[in-house]
Structure formats: structure tokens, C-alpha cells
Design a protein around this ligand. Sequence first.
Ligand code: SF4
Ligand code: SF4
Length: 141
Amino acid sequence: MHSPPAVSNPSASLPAPVDADSAACLRCGVCCHSTLETYVRVTGDDWARLGADAQRYAHFIGHRAYLRMQDGHCAALAQQTDPATGARLHVCSIYSRRPQVCRDLARGSPACEAELLRKGPASSAAHPGLPPAPGLPLSAP
Ligand code: SF4
Ligand code: SF4
């Protein structure tokens, strides 16, 4: 999650050049996808960090808050096309304010590898050095 770089306004522009790991996450976005409504927990600190956007991107289910999900992915995930390559990019529109659970999931970590193995597909171009994924649908929980 948890590392796609961000733009402040996802409809405005693509992110500035980023390091190789972040660029790979930008082409991946697997860990930002789920059909589970309780996929990304939002703590009190997370809610406060979202500020005026808290209600837009998060909501309560029972007594706990979670990021809103739509179309099989986090509502804060913006899909863009790289005009230079035509590649599909997965951009976190709240990157600097994303929940702690997103901050903790580092590319190449066991959690990242588990996401790729569970959900794939992972292209070799997007995930050099990481294990191949079995090609399950992105919308799988
Ligand atoms: S699953 Fe791993 S490689 Fe893909 S976006 Fe998440 S952290 Fe990055
Ligand atoms: S806030 Fe959403 S789009 Fe951003 S890293 Fe977390 S799951 Fe991905």
C-alpha cells in the first residue's frame, strides 16, 4: 500500500520522478486493492491526519473506522495513464496523509510479497526481484 507515490490532486498531474521502488509500486498498486470493506483500518491518529478529507476517504463501520472502498480498491487510489509509456499507474491521492497501516507495508516486505502472491498479477517489469504472482484477479480480497 502502500507505497505508490502521491499527487495532491490526482486529476491534475502525474507524480514527479520517484525512486525505483516507488516507481514499481506506482505500476503495481496490488496492495491498494480489495473487495473487503474493512480492508484498511483508520485509527484516531489516521483520521486526524486526513483532516478535512477524513469523511471523504474514511467512514465508520460499527465502532471502527476504515478507508472507503470502491470498485475493488481504496477510494483514495487514483488510476492514471503515463502519457510517456501508456502504462497504467496507481497513484495514492493521500500519500502524505495515508493511514499507518499503509506506511508500514514496505515494498519487498513479507506483507508485500503476500499481497502479490494472493492477488497478482504481478508483471516482471513492475516487480523485479520479487516472487512472481499466480495471476489471481486484482479484485480478490
Ligand atoms: S504490493 Fe508491494 S510492490 Fe505492489 S504496490 Fe504494494 S508495496 Fe508496492
Ligand atoms: S491510502 Fe489507499 S491508495 Fe493510499 S496507500 Fe493506502 S490503500 Fe493505497
